[in-house]
Design a protein. Structure first.
Length: 156
């Protein structure tokens, strides 16, 4: 299970990300900003590689017949560990120390990538998590009644 620190960082990152409706902007945001925070000075940084989004709309039993609850769930099972602004892989001891101290993480699968992180951000390794990170947000709203008087035949 991902640590509380990693879950909190994931939640904070996604809370500021553009809405999923803006696919390109959201992907750019996730490529640009790391889980470590915007002011990180660490030589290693952790990024979301890909997220899986699930959206659902359910009736809201507390809000009457037009009440709804929209839920967005994001999950991520793969992260990029980037040796920031460096072309060579980081030392194994640096990786282990960073993952353990920053994220209480000891992943089972770490694989190097042949390409640099987004916009030559540095050498990257891919980390597959044993359990995905999950972030959920729900919003209540009232559906509009689309059955207005318009469009009904008039009596003559």
């Amino acid at each position: 299970m991902p640590s509380q620190a990693l879950n909190d960082a994931y939640g904070a990152l996604l809370s500021r990300a553009p809405a999923p409706l803006f696919t390109r902007a959201r992907k750019l945001y996730l490529n640009k900003y790391c889980l470590d925070g915007r002011s990180s000075q660490s030589p290693l940084r952790l990024f979301v590689v890909q997220e899986t989004l699930n959206e659902s709309v359910e009736p809201d039993p507390e809000a009457g017949p037009l009440g709804r609850i929209a839920t967005l769930q994001s999950s991520t099972a793969e992260l990029a560990l980037v040796h920031w602004q460096m072309d060579e892989p980081p030392a194994q001891t640096l990786i282990q120390t960073y993952l353990q101290q920053s994220w209480q993480l000891s992943p089972s699968l770490i694989t190097p990538c042949t390409e640099s992180w987004f916009r030559n951000g540095g050498f990257q390794l891919r980390i597959t998590l044993q359990r995905p990170l999950i972030w959920v947000r729900s919003s209540k709203y009232q559906e509009t009644d689309n059955h207005s008087e318009e469009g009904k035949p008039t009596k003559s």
